[in-house]
Design a protein around this ligand. Structure first.
Ligand SMILES: NC(=O)c1ccc[n+]([C@@H]2O[C@H](COP(=O)([O-])OP(=O)(O)OC[C@H]3O[C@@H](n4cnc5c(N)ncnc54)[C@H](O)[C@@H]3O)[C@@H](O)[C@H]2O)c1
Length: 263
């Protein structure tokens, strides 16, 4: 098992890619904290992990609130004794999915909320996690950016600016924390079929939903969207000792995007 005796936190671990990462980490031997605003879904994910023989903790946590982040990291260390891995996965275009989000439509509140969740949340979680990693002399941090940071498919400036900020933050943290044997890398997901799009498809028929997702996937060289489980492997690589000389890397997991299919 690749994560035997490791302790991990996955923010936004209740649904979508985060949940797939939690389940895979637990199968690889890690004890996992599922940190999420949706505590009912986090509890359900915990039960699924335990039913499969793994160990997990569900903690209600909004990553943009420093007091909740502090309490969540403390709960993890109290329950599991240490912290080795932090997956800063929580994010999204919360509350505005499917609505116009160009410069004209955005409010200051939209900007602050989305930048706080997608960028400040990574700072807050990392700031709490790093002292425990330094104490261990080991740590793995994986930050979630988005392919939209470098190749925006739509005008979502607050989200894409935050996800670009994640790239800068990742480089900075990798340089600062490498001497402490703490690795910091980022993932750039392309389109994945997850609850991320729930707000967009809520009033569509199943046929329309399938056409929507097919359209989103077909622009990539692989011709389809990713499934949440397909994110677990790349994150496992960065969280395990298989990536023992990889830090400060930005890994696209995107079906080949931003390349286009040519045949
Ligand atoms: N799905 C995609 O196509 C896609 C593409 C590019 C980047 N991403 C990024 O990948 C990551 C995972 O996306 P996903 O598609 O699995 O999303 P998702 O919407 O399926 O799941 C996100 C999870 O984060 C939780 N969450 C939301 N706000 C939170 C907060 N403030 N604090 C703690 N938890 C919070 C949600 O409750 C949910 O469980 C996100 O950072 C997202 O921005 C997704």
């Amino acid at each position: 098992m690749l994560l035997e005796n490791r302790v991990a936190i996955v923010t936004g671990g209740a649904k979508g890619m985060g949940r797939a990462i939690c389940e895979r980490f637990a199968k690889e031997g890690a004890r996992v904290t599922i940190a999420d605003v949706d505590v009912a879904a986090a509890e359900e994910a915990k039960r699924a992990i335990e039913d499969a023989g793994g160990q997990a903790l569900a903690v209600k946590c909004d990553v943009s609130k420093s007091d909740q982040v502090k309490a969540m990291v403390e709960a993890t260390v109290t329950a599991f004794g240490k912290l080795d891995i932090l997956v800063n996965n929580a994010g999204g275009v919360i509350g505005k999915q499917g609505q116009p989000t160009n410069l004209n439509a955005l409010t200051e509140e939209d900007w602050d909320r989305v930048v706080d969740i997608n960028l400040k949340g990574i700072f807050l979680c990392s700031r709490e996690a790093v002292p425990h990693m330094k104490a261990n002399g080991y740590g793995k941090i994986i930050n979630f950016s988005s392919l939209g940071a470098i190749s925006p498919p739509d005008a979502i400036p607050h989200y894409h600016a935050a996800k670009s900020g994640v790239v800068g933050l990742t480089y900075d943290m990798a340089a600062e924390l490498g001497p402490h044997n703490i690795y910091v890398n980022a993932i750039m997901p392309g389109p994945f079929r997850t609850p991320f799009f729930d707000e967009v498809v809520v009033s569509k028929s199943q046929e329309e939903i399938d056409a929507f997702f097919a359209g989103m996937g077909k622009v990539s060289p692989l011709g389809r969207m990713g499934e949440p489980e397909e994110m677990a492997g790349p994150v496992l690589f960065l969280a395990s000792d298989m990536s023992s000389f990889v830090t400060g890397a930005i890994l696209p997991v995107s079906g080949g995007l931003p390349l286009s299919p040519t045949s």
